[in-house]
Design a binder for this molecule. Structure first.
Ligand code: FAD
Length: 333
């Protein structure tokens, strides 16, 4: 259904203009509030601005929606919200603050990820968290080591389209995983042979696998704190190494920028190096510093976008109101 025909479409909507000669059309425009990037934060900002009576112009390099349009919809319902109360969960803003402080300062602690030399993290956390260690500490290098069972399981998941983080999408996209399994992986009968093929030290890979298998059997704790239930012993060949390095053309580990421009915490105005705000320029969403600026936590982005977009619009509206009042006073005097 065309959005214009939808009973849920409340705002005036104009179809995009298609012009034969771009030079005959005036391209300059003016608005109280200009949104560049009509994704999660941009839409929140635009809606808030419209609600506050500002005239809004929103631009997007593509169709709008941004990554917000693919969002899995995970949100934090913490801080003593109505949803929690209804579910009988006791929480408070202070508890949520304490929890987030723990999460954002925390360090990242059926397969192992190897960098240039050895395994360097728990492989279970969100891709972005692993990407951070990979990027910051391992020069972007990562090899995913699997034995027969998880490799077969990966193929099974690809066939069933049962993959994260693509599972919530209306159109599952197994192609990158298929390409990785087929073309970004190396296979060997033994771990020693695999190490040689990948340019790893066979002794280090062997020791890593031994340690990992001991943790899998519960005889020792995993050195990166990986839960025993997530540790599948690497025992049965053939063995595989998939290149998930940031530079891998076929299957780079998904990662994202966290943090962004420094902004004034009250207004969202972008700050200069000397901490003075740049008048009229605001950053919101992933381009602005957000709660997951130290470490990414899934579910905080949506909230970040809404709050930071609305914060920028509210500040502009407040300034506009002050200006109108000043002008009225001047006219009266
Ligand atoms: C698959 C997936 C699932 C996710 N799931 C969750 C989740 O469950 N919960 C959660 O909280 N977060 C989730 N996220 C993260 C969250 O969606 C993003 O962090 C959030 O959308 C970022 O909002 P944003 O406004 O900063 O950017 P976006 O929503 O990406 O919007 C940026 C917009 O800017 C436009 N743009 C870029 N450059 C220009 C330019 N030069 N000129 C004009 N326009 C430009 C883009 O086209 C885009 O429309 C998910 C992300 C993805 C990709």
């Amino acid at each position: 259904m065309n959005p214009i025909d939808s009973p849920h479409w409340h705002s005036p909507f104009r179809q995009p203009e298609r012009v034969a000669d771009a030079t005959e059309v005036p391209w300059d425009d003016a608005a109280d509030f200009l949104v560049v990037g009509y994704g999660g934060a941009g839409i929140a900002a635009a809606l808030e601005a419209v609600e506050k009576g500002l005239e809004v112009l929103a631009l997007d390099a593509f169709d709008g929606g941004g990554s917000r349009a693919m969002n899995g919809g995970v949100v934090y319902a913490g801080g003593g919200t109505a949803i929690q109360r209804e579910a009988g969960v006791e929480d408070s803003v202070d508890d949520m603050f304490r929890y987030l402080k723990l999460e954002t300062q925390g360090v990242v602690k059926d397969s192992t990820i190897h960098g240039r030399d050895q395994r360097y993290c728990d492989e279970v956390p969100y891709g972005a968290a692993i990407g951070q260690v990979m990027g910051d500490e391992q020069d972007g290098a990562g090899l995913l080591i699997l034995d027969r069972a998880p490799y077969r399981k990966a193929w099974h998941q690809v066939r069933k389209n049962d993959m994260l983080p693509l599972r919530p999408q209306p159109q599952p996209q197994p192609q990158p995983a298929i390409l990785a399994l087929l073309f970004a992986s190396r296979k060997a009968r033994t771990l020693e042979e695999l190490a040689r093929k990948c340019g790893l030290d066979p002794r280090v890979l062997g020791e890593t696998a031994r340690d990992y298998n001991l943790a899998s059997a519960g005889w020792q704790t995993d050195r990166f704190g990986k839960d025993q239930k997530d540790i599948h012993a690497i025992v049965q060949g053939p063995f595989y190494a998939i290149d998930v390095s940031i530079r891998s053309r076929l299957f780079p580990l998904s990662s994202m920028t966290v943090g962004g421009l420094r902004v004034d915490e009250d207004s969202g105005q972008v700050l200069r190096a000397d901490d003075t705000p740049i008048g009229g320029l605001y950053a919101a969403g992933r381009t602005a510093i957000g709660l997951p600026s130290h470490l990414y936590i899934s579910g905080l982005s949506a909230a970040d976008c809404i709050f930071s977009g609305r914060r920028a619009a509210a500040h502009v509206a407040q300034l506009a109101q002050q200006q109108t009042q000043k002008q009225a006073q001047l006219q009266q005097s």
